[in-house]
Design a protein around this ligand. Structure first.
Ligand SMILES: [Zn+2]
Ligand SMILES: [Zn+2]
Length: 413
């Protein structure tokens, strides 16, 4: 009897706590719940900001200048790295990033709080010049006033003073030496208030092991408003049809596998966001250094499920789950198979997110040309600009580009 009463009391406490904590399934819904005035919030840009901030933090750690990021990192977050001194941190490749909790807090102050999980590979160089690669898993907790205006796209990757924009190289702690603003707990921009380094394993990327495909038989995670959001998107742009959009995905998929298998990223560069291109570039480089080549032969899409549509002031983002199949194997410098199978089909599924500028309209292109001037894809350089018309095209300025690939076990919707 007593045990039952205790369980009841615990259940009520947990419920009250959940109400107080106010968990949300997305940042957008938490902002809405708080009556946020930030109409510029864009998930695409925010994810870009987080990728950039993570890389900036690791670079600063290597240079010993983490204090200069005091406008974005609270002291406790900076202290998380003090057990791991390094003279340089490089080859930072974020393998996975996900929102693990979104909390809308209305008392004592209105704040949106996030828990972001990162899985990352990086290489540290010690003061003695020794190199060691690591795989790490970290949890970052961030907070922001819901009314702070999100940055415009061109300022997403800059980490100056969140008040006046001045460079922070001379700043000490969280005070800007130019305007005197003190950034604390998310009043001016997102602040990372804690970092937990949950795992840190001294190992480089594993290229030849056999990894079992997990999660392919799980049901597709479909956001509840997907259908209505897709309808709204096609109403905004009547030239956008599911069939033509899917055809663009097919074209990107083919270019992606051709580029990957031949280790020639020029083939796929026009279709990848800058972040995704950098990580693909890193992986191909890593295979090359070990004189290995991973081949995904006869890669083809079996089916595509629509999973999520996001539209904001800057971007439209469409996520699909792709079911595909290929023969996946790795060869060494002599062409000998060292992993996978040349003959066995491997079925798998992944979530792909494509983005396009919110102002753009028109039928997605499937021909391998610059979506602005029609010059052949070969004219598009590694920084994502067309050398013929000079336009940058890989942030979805003209047509849909692939910005994220997430595995079944990572994607949370
Ligand atoms: Zn300032
Ligand atoms: Zn062009």
């Amino acid at each position: 009897m007593q045990a039952a009463r205790r369980r009841e009391r615990e259940r009520k406490q947990a419920q009250a706590q959940a109400r107080r904590r106010n968990n949300h399934s997305s940042i957008e819904s938490a902002l809405r719940a708080l009556g946020s005035k930030d109409t510029n919030f864009s998930r695409v840009l925010f994810e870009d900001f987080l990728y950039a901030l993570y890389a900036e933090v690791q670079a600063a750690r290597g240079k010993g200048t983490l204090d200069a990021l005091g406008s974005y990192l609270a002291e406790g977050a900076i202290a998380a790295y003090s057990p791991y001194p390094a003279a340089e941190v490089r080859d930072v490749v974020i393998g996975a990033m996900r929102f693990e909790a979104v909390v809308a807090q209305s008392k004592p102050v209105r704040r949106i709080e996030l828990v972001v999980g990162f899985e990352v590979n990086y290489t540290e160089v010690s003061a003695e010049g020794e190199e060691q690669s690591f795989w790490v898993s970290e949890k970052w907790r961030l907070v922001r006033d819901p009314d702070v205006k999100s940055r415009p796209p061109e300022k997403t990757r800059l980490f100056g003073c969140p008040n006046c924009g001045a460079p922070q190289d001379k700043s000490i702690g969280s005070k800007c030496p130019y305007c005197g603003a003190v950034a604390s707990t998310g009043e001016l921009d997102w602040t990372v208030f804690s970092i937990d380094i949950e795992a840190r394993e001294p190992r480089g990327p594993m290229l030849t092991g056999t990894t079992e495909e997990v999660g392919t038989d799980l049901p597709t995670i479909v956001a509840p408003d997907t259908k209505s959001k897709w309808s709204a998107l096609t109403e905004k742009d009547p030239d956008l049809r599911w069939s033509s959009w899917k055809a663009r995905v097919e074209a990107i998929f083919q270019a992606f596998h051709e580029g990957w298998s031949s280790q020639n990223l020029a083939l796929v560069r026009p279709y990848l966001s800058d972040h995704l291109f950098q990580s693909q570039h890193y992986w191909i480089d890593t295979y090359r250094k070990q004189k290995l080549r991973n081949i995904t032969e006869d890669a083809r899409i079996i089916s595509i499920d629509l999973a999520r549509v996001l539209s904001d002031a800057h971007y439209d983002a469409v996520t699909v789950r792709i079911f595909a199949s290929c023969r996946d194997y790795t060869v060494d410098g002599d062409g000998k198979v060292v992993a996978g199978s040349e003959t066995k089909e491997r079925a798998y599924s992944e979530y792909w997110t494509l983005i396009r500028g919110a102002e753009r309209r028109g039928t997605p292109r499937v021909d391998p040309v610059c979506p602005n001037c029609g010059a052949p894809n070969a004219k598009i350089n590694m920084s994502g600009a067309c050398s013929h018309c000079k336009a940058h095209i890989t942030a979805g300025e003209f047509d849909w580009v692939l910005s994220r690939i997430e595995q079944d076990e990572v994607y949370r919707g």
